[in-house]
Write a protein that binds this ligand. Structure first.
Ligand SMILES: NC(=O)c1ccc[n+]([C@@H]2O[C@H](COP(=O)([O-])OP(=O)(O)OC[C@H]3O[C@@H](n4cnc5c(N)ncnc54)[C@H](OP(=O)(O)O)[C@@H]3O)[C@@H](O)[C@H]2O)c1
Length: 418
């Protein structure tokens, strides 16, 4: 505003006039110089180092750069923050949308991304607690501060040769409209193929669901942890969710018999009639989970892919076959209630020689592209259907996130920003 008003309104430039700008590499000066070029003037700037002189000489050239600088000059960032730590069920009142300042500079080595989609993930609730065993692997969230989260967006400014304006990326961004990141091997970020934003068969949303961490979790957890054999009986909980809906479809592709549970009849219908599960049931209508599982698996369960923990895990163990495998992917029913913990019958585990293994999606990071390649082929061939559930606008993040704990989502919960 200072640069624009000061130059156009105060100086009233005419094409061909000679303009001198001091502090020309600074915030106001760098814009004034570019505006002067845009107005058809001859412009000379002075700055305090040769690096600044060199850096900014190239910036006085294109209209595109001027527009980019104008966008960045706003330097206002909107982000979702916690008002306080969350120990039980999350509610929308636990969050607020805040604004902050953002400063990208051409010499910073950083990349500025305009976020397009944000991922809603249950594990974030454990980050929101004052203390959680999950903090050994993932940092806790500090109230009032930005919340890092998986997302996808478009590069709008880059001070790093690896990325250029217009690149579409997916990786660790944040619950905010713009994210700055500094590329390094430790930063999870991948560049997506051109055209990912188009409404084609590998739409950008899929890169946050089946081709993102949900796909890596489902593929690694099912194939690497459960090691399925054709004909085995598989039980999946939270089966209509992001990870569960993929695991069930992968189990069918592996020649298994698969049953899922979910919290509504509409979800059960989706599992049986659209995603190819052999059977599914509404666990809210089953007062006794143990007898329900005995009914759905009269010959026992070989593989249990556990997304919810608690009583369902205890019941599944009671129906497991000898040498069964349990993949502990998540325990969402325990995230909201510290007093609600599964207490498995260990004699069941010992005498049936059941293998129970917890895992994190990151365990498979080195094989991310291999898994994504396989899953994208399956999507193209119509063998796997990614399911996404999209809310709109940054202000919808609190309701979209809390929906995960109320069972209101079907498939991968995302928030679309742009
Ligand atoms: N190990 C890893 O690296 C990793 C990675 C990703 C996800 N996870 C875990 O995997 C699980 C699924 O994650 P997601 O991203 O795919 O989420 P999601 O399944 O898409 O959404 C969460 C679902 O959990 C179910 N749920 C919520 N509260 C519940 C409760 N108290 N009891 C029973 N079910 C409940 C709801 O489905 P219903 O309507 O069926 O109840 C809800 O739709 C979570 O536990 C998550 O933490 C682990």
């Amino acid at each position: 505003m200072t640069a624009y008003g000061g130059f156009y309104e105060v100086c009233k430039p005419q094409r061909g006039e000679k303009v001198f700008v001091s502090a020309a590499s600074g915030s106001v000066g760098s814009l004034v110089g570019q505006f002067a070029k845009f107005a058809g003037c001859y412009v000379v700037g002075c700055a305090g180092s040769n690096a600044k002189v060199y850096q900014h000489s190239s910036h006085y050239t294109t209209r595109h750069t001027i527009i980019r600088q104008l966008i960045l000059a706003k330097r206002i960032l909107s982000y979702v923050a916690l008002r306080h730590h969350v120990e039980g069920f999350p509610s929308e009142e636990d969050f607020e949308v805040k604004t902050g300042r953002l400063s990208w500079r051409p010499e910073s080595g950083e990349v500025l991304v305009r976020n397009l989609y944000l991922s809603m993930d249950p594990y974030q609730l454990n980050r929101m607690k004052r203390r959680s065993p999950s903090h050994v692997a993932v940092d806790g969230i500090v109230p009032g501060e930005r919340i890092t989260a998986y997302g996808a967006g478009e590069v709008v400014a880059s001070a790093c040769a690896e990325y250029k304006e217009g690149d579409v990326v997916a990786g660790l961004l944040g619950w905010e409209d713009y994210t700055l990141f500094r590329p390094s091997p430790g930063v999870l970020m991948s560049k997506l193929a051109a055209g990912s934003v188009d409404d084609n068969d590998l739409h950008l949303k899929h890169h946050l669901s089946a081709l993102g961490t949900s796909g890596m979790t489902a593929y690694g957890g099912f194939y690497e942890v459960c090691k399925p054999q054709g004909g085995e009986k598989v039980f999946v909980s939270a089966a209509s969710g992001s990870v569960g809906s993929l695991v069930g479809q992968f189990a069918k592709l592996a020649g298994c018999y698969v049953v899922g549970c979910a919290s509504s009849n509409a979800k059960v219908d989706l599992l049986k009639n659209q995603l190819g599960f052999d059977d599914a049931f509404n666990y809210k209508e089953e007062p006794d989970m143990k007898s329900a599982l005995k009914r759905y698996f009269p010959d026992g369960i070989d593989i249990y892919f556990d997304n919810i923990g608690g009583k369902t895990l205890e019941a599944a163990l009671a129906s497991m076959n000898t040498h069964g495998r349990v993949a502990l992917c998540g325990a969402i029913s325990e995230y909201t209630d510290a007093g609600h913990r599964a207490s498995p019958d260990l004699l069941e585990v010992i005498y049936k020689r059941i293998a129970i293994r917890g895992f994190l999606s990151w365990d498979f990071l080195t094989r991310f592209s291999e898994f994504a390649g396989i899953i994208s082929d399956w999507i193209r061939q119509g063998k796997v259907k990614p399911i996404e559930d999209v809310s709109n606008g940054l202000e919808s993040v609190p309701s979209a996130f809390t929906a995960l704990f109320l069972g209101l989502n079907i498939g991968k919960k995302l928030v679309k920003l742009a």
